[in-house]
Design a binder for this molecule. Structure first.
Ligand code: BGC
Length: 746
């Protein structure tokens, strides 16, 4: 009997395989076919309802695939510093999973401060592996809006003020992420440079500034990085919302740059059916379910690219031309991600991911000032007083959509304690100030009890008393991702440090000459006291490994090698955006208070381009960053001092002139000596980070092309390099350019 059963099973089994091997896979399922053939085949099999369903969300972070055709749901998630914890199907509250604690990578300002594109690729790939494990096909990031003002609430999620630095970093992030089969969704395209009125602000900006400053990062992400997704921004440009903007999406992104991926709306960023149909939007996602502000039971059916679009097609208002074009892009995305059977497995919280987070943090921390070489701390037999809420506060929770549920986060105080465990160095702690003690974002809580009811005076008095007998005082202050302190949804109200920190810092510096201030933030803060404090470090939001990386730098295991990705103004009046009154920031409300016009009157003069033009000396210049060793950048030269096609190869020597190993960032800027239009004094056009042993010299090769010599010609609507003389400068900060060479474009 058993033998008969086995025999029957054998017959069944073999006939199944014969049958199956004879069945031909439909082209859309055949991985040997090229993607475009698969897309067209799948498209031809889809019903109208199926087409409509794939172009809008079905939950907070997913859209349906096409089940009938074997295409799974499409899951996306924030971004950009780690994979956001799962939220409930249609609520922002976390779902309470126990398998979604991730590695928190350093915020993107820190990544930019590494000036190390290969690290950006590692970051993207590690994040992609975490996303794969979590079943996410697309990460909502990276964010690359330009740092126009230090008040910008989301600057910490972006890559600084310079379009060239941003471009080099974003390309590798996108490539890294997509190399493991996870789509990037580069955001927020475009001109979303402040937060306060992000849904109402209509940006007015000249074409030169648009093309020279605000678009290059996106252009590089699309053309070189081959990004599979781009997120439209909330704000308006030319009176159209950027989630369905004919000029920025239809013309520039899709037509001029040839973008073949999907345009995803920012959450609830679609506002009009006709524009959503015609102006370049491909997938509508949303905050709340009527696409705008409120929950509704029939939820996602109320989106613009949902039932109302379907009805409009059936009523003959639209043909399926636009729809098919959207669906083609969505299908292409499916074949690149969810339908890609070759993608690797994911990992969550692997050693490599932590190592990547740590490396980025270590390489991004910037030593801003180091009088009398107070740093690195000589800890042997000494007493170190650690002060400040930011020494103990978890920073991975908060800040808006980039908030994370980190598997662990090592605070600066823990990092120092861990590092010095077993040594004869004594560490003490004083709170110093109380900032925000809440520590909760959408149901993810830090579990920390930071409550302290003492008055600011009492807190300062305690810290000062302890500082008197300490060999070193390390104050961890800055911002903290609470509302108005580097957080989505609002801009900062001032550039000043909050919570009485100035008083605290100066009171401590008065009694201890070895005071070190570590600023935790994604933005510059004003430091009128900076001459009173010998050492200042920019410590960003560093993620899971924050404390380890900070201890390694402060205690001298590694020399700092981060360089500023933005200009650190003394005060707001050194910033172009704040030099033209309200009209330029935050803008002026139109009648009816529905739209606020913000005119970028400083034009192309953003960051160092502005301070150079106005001959202002910022607190710390763009590209600035010290080390525990010293470097000399010299002998910039080019083989031919003439070019006809604009391609140039420069050589420059860099020497470690100190007695410790370290890494320098060699930066190349170009000046157009004479031009028919006003041009910046100089602009960054190449850079390279290099590690050098004491006494070692390396010769670096830096290449530039015609774009490096060009400006956006508003009369022709194209790039133009005018023949004539140019100067290339090299050095290791925008205000420390130690050699130059002249060349001519014929
Ligand atoms: C943010 C996006 C984010 C999205 C989803 C929006 O409010 O602007 O950056 O990706 O929410 O969380």
């Amino acid at each position: 009997m058993l033998r008969l059963f086995a025999f029957l099973l054998f017959i069944l089994h073999s006939s199944f395989f014969t049958l199956h091997s004879q069945t031909q896979l439909p082209p859309y399922l055949d991985p040997s076919k090229d993607i475009e053939t698969r897309v067209e085949d799948a498209l031809s099999r889809m019903t109208l309802a199926e087409k409509i369903s794939v172009i809008h969300a079905q939950s907070k972070f997913s859209s349906p695939g096409v089940k009938r055709l074997g295409m799974p749901d499409f899951w996306t998630d924030d971004g950009p510093h780690g994979v956001r914890p799962d939220v409930l199907w249609d609520e922002w509250e976390q779902a309470g999973q126990t398998n979604d604690s991730c590695v928190a990578f350093p915020a993107l300002t820190c990544l930019a401060a590494t000036w190390h594109p290969s690290l950006s690729a590692m970051y993207g790939a590690a994040l992609g592996e975490e996303a794969l494990y979590r079943g996410k096909a697309m990460i909502l990031g990276p964010g690359i809006n330009i740092y126009r003002t230090p008040l910008g609430g989301r600057n910490f999620e972006y890559m600084g003020e310079d379009p060239y630095l941003t471009s080099r970093m974003v390309v590798r992030y996108v490539q890294g992420l997509q190399s493991v089969g996870v789509a990037s969704c580069v955001k927020h395209y475009c001109l979303n440079n402040d937060e306060e009125y992000r849904h109402q602000v209509n940006v007015i900006v000249g074409d030169r500034a648009l093309h020279e400053i605000y678009l290059p990062g996106f252009e590089a992400a699309v053309k070189e990085g081959k990004a599979w997704g781009v997120m439209g921004a909330y704000n308006l440009y030319k009176d159209e919302h950027n989630c369905h903007n004919q000029y920025t999406l239809g013309k520039i992104l899709k037509q001029d740059w040839g973008f073949d991926g999907v345009v995803v709306s920012d959450w609830g960023g679609a506002h009009d059916l006709d524009q959503a149909v015609k102006n370049g939007l491909d997938m509508e996602f949303g905050t709340w379910t009527d696409g705008l502000t409120m929950g509704a039971t029939n939820a996602y059916d109320m989106y613009y690219l949902s039932k109302q679009y379907q009805k409009a097609i059936l009523d003959g208002k639209y043909t399926t031309k636009e729809l098919d074009e959207k669906v083609r892009r969505v299908l292409r995305l499916f074949f690149r991600t969810t339908m890609n059977k070759k993608k690797p497995y994911g990992f969550l919280c692997s050693e490599e991911h932590y190592l990547t987070a740590q490396l980025v943090a270590r390489e991004g921390i910037v030593l801003l000032q180091n009088e009398r070489n107070v740093l690195p701390i000589q800890a042997e037999g000494k007493k170190i007083l650690v002060v400040g809420e930011n020494a103990i506060k978890m920073m991975t929770v908060g800040g808006g959509s980039s908030s994370l549920k980190a598997q662990h986060e090592i605070s600066p105080l823990q990092g120092l304690q861990e590092h010095l465990k077993g040594s004869d160095c004594q560490i003490e702690y004083a709170r110093g100030y109380v900032g925000d003690t809440s520590g909760n974002y959408n149901g993810v809580t830090t579990g920390q009890n930071l409550k302290d009811d003492r008055t600011p005076e009492e807190l300062i008095a305690e810290a000062v008393e302890k500082a008197k007998t300490a060999d070193y005082v390390v104050i961890f202050g800055g911002l903290n991702k609470s509302d108005y302190q580097d957080c989505e949804g609002h801009d900062r109200k001032t550039m000043d440090l909050p919570y009485n920190q100035e008083k605290l810092i100066t009171a401590i510096a008065d009694v201890n000459k070895n005071t070190i201030y570590v600023n935790i933030s994604g933005n510059a803060v004003s430091m009128p006291w900076r001459k009173q404090v010998p050492a200042i470090v920019q410590g960003w939001f560093l993620g899971s490994e924050a404390g380890i990386a900070l201890a390694a730098i402060l205690l001298g295991d590694v020399s700092p090698s981060g360089h500023l990705p933005f200009t650190w103004y003394e005060s707001l009046d050194q910033c172009g955006a704040h030099s033209f009154g309200e009209a330029a920031f935050p803008g002026i409300w139109r009648e009816g208070k529905k739209i606020i016009d913000e005119e970028y009157k400083e034009g192309i003069y953003v960051g160092y381009r502005w301070t150079d033009k106005q001959k202002l000396k910022p607190a710390f210049a763009f590209g600035h960053g010290l080390s525990y060793t010293t470097f000399k950048v010299s002998n910039l030269r080019c083989a031919f001092n003439e070019t006809t096609d604009g391609n140039m190869t420069f050589k420059v020597d860099v020497t470690n002139t100190g007695d410790r190993p370290g890494a320098d960032v060699v930066q190349l800027y170009i000046t157009d000596v004479k031009c028919s239009v006003d041009r910046p004094v100089k602009e960054l056009k190449a850079f390279q980070k290099v590690i050098l042993k004491p006494g070692e010299t390396q010769t670096l090769t830096l290449n530039t092309d015609k774009r490096a010599l060009s400006f956006w010609d508003e009369t022709t609507g194209d790039w133009k390099a005018e023949p004539g003389d140019f100067i290339a400068w090299a050095g290791d900060a925008s205000d420390r350019l130690t050699c130059k060479v002249k060349f001519t474009l014929k």
